[in-house]
Write a protein that binds this ligand. Structure first.
Ligand code: SF4
Length: 271
């Protein structure tokens, strides 16, 4: 049996491994990943050295990464090699790199660790296949410099090892503020909840559905029941039926959740 032949010039239409074709349809961009955009001066100097040699321009992306733009096709593999990395790049329906801020390591306003938690989330979930791309971010305090309220999953530091998780936000063509999933959880619980949430999304979402469409379609009470319900040590949330009954019974006082022996209302601080 003869091998199917690709049309002449077909190879030239594809981007080399680890590169994105640019608007001019001739040159390419590469993005060496550094979690949260954090790197030491030597790593930055190496990027500058390679950029000087092969790129026309450098851009800091909205995903906190340094993008080298304008590489010729034949230079892409050389650039990756000189960076000392395997070609890499994320396109399509996958979890993107996690955005996170300096948190308690460097920021004077921080209440929580964002670098440690953000790095763990990035390592665990970046590249995971999902029905549509998932953007996540971690903020070291409620000031939310990494915009967790408009991410598919956002994590906001409340205290030393206490975080709030919000889901279903979007800053895209149909902007949406994320819904509060839970608050007062520690970093290990954040990892477990994100893992369960992403797998639940993977199993239950329609093809191509974004988290910002999935969350309102499935409903928050149902998601809490299915995602948080099986996790030990979390507060019990009202079921979907209890939530619906509450609506029928009229306005209710703000719902409180138990957080390590303290009770707190799931609202951001007002000061
Ligand atoms: S979110 Fe808070 S901790 Fe993070 S950079 Fe902004 S002010 Fe600092």
């Amino acid at each position: 049996m003869t091998e199917p032949k690709t049309p002449p010039g077909f190879e030239d239409m594809l981007a080399p491994k680890g590169a994105n074709k640019q608007r001019d349809l001739k040159t390419f961009a590469i993005v060496p990943h550094h979690p949260g955009g954090f790197m030491n001066p030597d790593q930055l100097a190496k990027i500058a050295e390679v950029a000087k040699k092969y790129a026309k321009v450098v851009n800091v992306t909205s995903g906190q990464q340094v993008m080298l733009i304008g590489l010729e096709r034949e230079d892409v593999a050389k650039a990756w090699e000189e960076l000392g990395r395997e070609p890499e790049g994320l396109l399509g329906p996958r979890c993107r790199g996690v955005r996170f801020c300096p948190g308690i390591a460097y920021c004077k306003r921080a209440t929580s660790d964002a670098i440690g938690l953000g790095t763990m989330l990035d390592k665990k979930f970046r590249g995971m296949e999902v029905p549509n791309k998932v953007k996540m971010s971690v903020a070291g305090c409620y000031l939310s410099c990494t915009a967790p309220a408009i991410r598919d999953i956002g994590v906001i530091g409340l205290a030393a090892d206490s975080y709030r998780i919000v889901v279903g936000g979007s800053g895209g063509h149909a902007p949406r503020i994320a819904d509060l999933l839970i608050e007062g959880v520690n970093r290990h619980q954040v990892l477990e909840i994100c893992d369960k949430m992403l797998n639940y999304f993977k199993e239950q979402a329609k093809p191509g559905e974004r988290m910002s469409e999935f969350v309102p379609r499935v409903s928050l009470p149902q998601i809490r029941q299915d995602v948080l319900g099986p996790i030990e040590g979390l507060p019990r949330w009202p079921t979907k039926e209890e939530e619906e009954n509450k609506v029928l019974q009229g306005p209710q006082p703000p719902m409180a959740v138990q957080t390590g022996g303290q009770t707190s209302c799931p609202m951001p601080p007002t000061n």
